[in-house]
Each structure stands twice: as C-alpha cells, then as structure tokens.
Ligand binder design. Structure first.
Ligand code: NI
Length: 178
C-alpha cells in the first residue's frame, strides 16, 4: 500500500495535457492504479486523476458507496477509466458544489453537463461505455478535466459561491483533508 503525494494547485504539472495510455496490465500500470486507489481512499476522495500524483497519463479512477466528503451523493461504481472521451447527451448544464484533493480546504459551484456518455477502456484495455447523469456525470467531468490541465476553479462562473469548506459546509468533518 502506497499513498502518493497529491500535487496542489499552482504546481505546473497539474496544467499539462495528459498523454494516452498505450500499455495495459503491466506491472508498472498495476502498481500505479493500486497506488491511486490507496491515495484516493486515504484522502476520502470521490475520484483521482493520474496527473494529480504527477503521472501525465490519461487515467482516472473514481467511485464510492458512501463518501464523507459528499454525504448526500448517490453511490458511483468504482471505475478505472483510461483514454476517456466524453459526449454530452444534451446542452443542459447544472451548477453543483465540488472540491478537489489538489485544492484542499475549498469548495466551489461549477456548471457541468447534466448527462453524458463516456467511453474509454479499463485497466485490461476492455471497452467502457456508459450513459450517466447527476453526480456520476459531474465526477467524470471533474476527473477528465484533470487530463486537460483544467482544475475546477477555472470553471467557476459565480465566485460568491467559492469558499472554505469549513465555512460553507460546517457539517462536514474538518479532518477530511480536502
Ligand atoms: Ni480534482
């Protein structure tokens, strides 16, 4: 079990466009994915993108049954998504609060497509194709943004809805180091 250091906003490695994954199910890839799950779980994250631990590959993980950082969120299946392509299913967007392990202690309201299709492959290069909405769609858009060098504060339109988690959501456990 290896919990890796999560890069924080301001680190230029978070602003790169990630490279496609071309090798699957190698020892290096298995170790990387296991470390990403250890790192995400240790931080109670809903998702994690490889660039957040300094690995510039198109690889994200996400999913949880219950998440203390997002107590009202419905469960999202645990997923390894590689080389993803997102296609919105309509122009409809909705605002919702997000945090990010690379932006600790803060939350902001971000517009996201309400429903979308995502395609890619898993860690065994097997195809993934899902149509999702709501929080699941939001998590995928947030994580795939990391592969484009985009952090959620860059998407905020109304900065009156951006602030410290402990002030805006005092019911959340401050020990969740988000
Ligand atoms: Ni994030």
């Amino acid at each position: 079990m290896t919990v890796r250091e999560i890069l924080k906003m301001g680190d230029p490695r978070l602003l790169r466009v990630a490279e496609p994954v071309t090798e699957f199910d190698t020892p290096a890839m298995r170790t990387l994915i296991a470390d990403m799950f250890d790192t995400m779980h240790a931080a109670n994250g809903a998702g994690l993108a490889a660039p957040q631990i300094g690995v510039n590959l198109q690889l994200v993980i996400f999913g949880f049954k219950q998440n203390p950082r997002y107590p009202d969120a419905p469960q999202v299946p645990e997923t390894v998504l590689i080389n993803p392509v997102l296609t919105p299913l309509s122009d409809a967007q909705e605002e919702g609060y997000e945090g990010c392990l690379s932006v600790p202690g803060l939350r902001g309201s971000v517009p996201r497509y309400t429903s979308l299709r995502y395609q890619g492959v898993d860690q065994y290069n097997q195809p993934i194709l899902r149509e999702v909405d709501g929080f699941h769609a939001r998590v995928v858009q947030h994580e795939v943004d990391h592969l484009l060098g985009i952090l959620y504060p860059m998407r905020i339109r109304d900065f009156s809805r951006f602030g410290y988690t402990e002030v805006m959501f005092p019911e959340l456990d401050p020990n969740d180091d988000d």
